[in-house]
Design a binder for this molecule. Structure first.
Ligand code: SF4
Length: 278
């Protein structure tokens, strides 16, 4: 009888062992969970929509003022001072993931600047994500950080990129043309005439820092645009002269990407900003 019990126990142990092994086999061969991936992807959409609710974008923004000649539209800028923006094109989830990775690199540096301010010798954070407004030009602009090193204040722009772009930028005399335009305009608007362009390789976290000095000549084209926007705004408000546009129809590609599309083509129905004039 004792022998039979031992035999049954051995059979039981063996079958339990087999079932554990088969569970392990299953665990060894993991497959992606589409359901959970979908849930995580929906979080990016939630974050996007939540941000839209948080901040109503209105008025002039420096990023638009430094836009390329082929894309820049005076009418869009003038209308943005008076009317609410159309709902922007919703970014797809893959673009949201890329933006979110870029944002986290910004936040890494900004958090480090904050933590090290006053603790690393000669280093001080003046402002992180320095959202600012120029009364003179009715212009919003947001340097990534304003810091001080050994008593000298700097405007900082942070740009992350893939390894291929980084390798090219790191040895270039103009590592990030867009950041250069931004920082020149920010230096003009803040009166801080030293800047830093920090570039980071998204894949290796290698980084380089480029010093840049204020150069008034580089800002002149943007000041010309701001003066012209102001002049067309006054003409529109006082004499009803429509600002210069660039689209013939609402369905064209440029109009589809324009936040002022509705105000441009349906002015009578467009909602005015609280502070807009009639
Ligand atoms: S729809 Fe075209 S013309 Fe109208 S404001 Fe936008 S970019 Fe300018």
């Amino acid at each position: 009888m004792a022998g039979l019990n031992k035999l049954l126990k051995n059979i039981n142990d063996a079958s339990e062992g087999q079932s554990e092994a088969s569970e392990m086999d299953q665990n060894d061969k993991l497959s992606p969970s589409l359901m959970i991936k979908q849930k995580f992807n929906s979080m990016f959409l939630y974050m996007r929509d939540d941000r839209v609710l948080e901040e109503v974008r209105a008025g002039l923004h420096a990023s638009a003022i430094i836009g390329s000649e082929s894309e820049f539209c005076y009418r869009e800028q003038v209308l943005s001072l008076i009317y609410e923006m159309s709902q922007g094109k919703e970014l797809p989830v893959n673009a949201l993931r890329i933006f979110s990775a870029g944002t986290s690199i910004h936040e890494k540096w900004q958090n480090m600047f904050k933590a090290c301010s006053g603790n690393v010798p000669g280093f001080k954070l003046i402002r992180a994500e320095a959202r600012s407004y120029s009364e003179k030009w009715k212009l919003f602009f947001t340097p990534d950080s304003i810091i001080e090193i050994d008593g000298i204040p700097y405007i900082v722009e942070i740009k992350s990129m893939n390894t291929f772009s980084y390798k090219h930028a790191a040895i270039s005399s103009n590592p990030h043309p867009h950041a250069r335009h931004q920082i020149q305009l920010y230096m003009h608007l803040t009166g801080i005439h030293q800047g830093l362009i920090l570039i980071e390789d998204k894949n290796t976290q290698d980084f380089e820092v480029f010093r840049i000095k204020y150069n008034y000549k580089e800002v002149i084209p943007y000041l010309d645009r701001l003066i012209e926007i102001n002049s067309q705004y006054e003409s529109f408000i006082n004499e009803g002269i429509q600002p210069t546009g660039m689209c013939n129809k609402e369905s064209c590609k440029r109009a589809q990407n324009c936040n002022m599309r509705f105000a441009c083509f349906h002015q009578n129905e467009a909602k005015k900003l609280d502070y807009g004039q009639s």
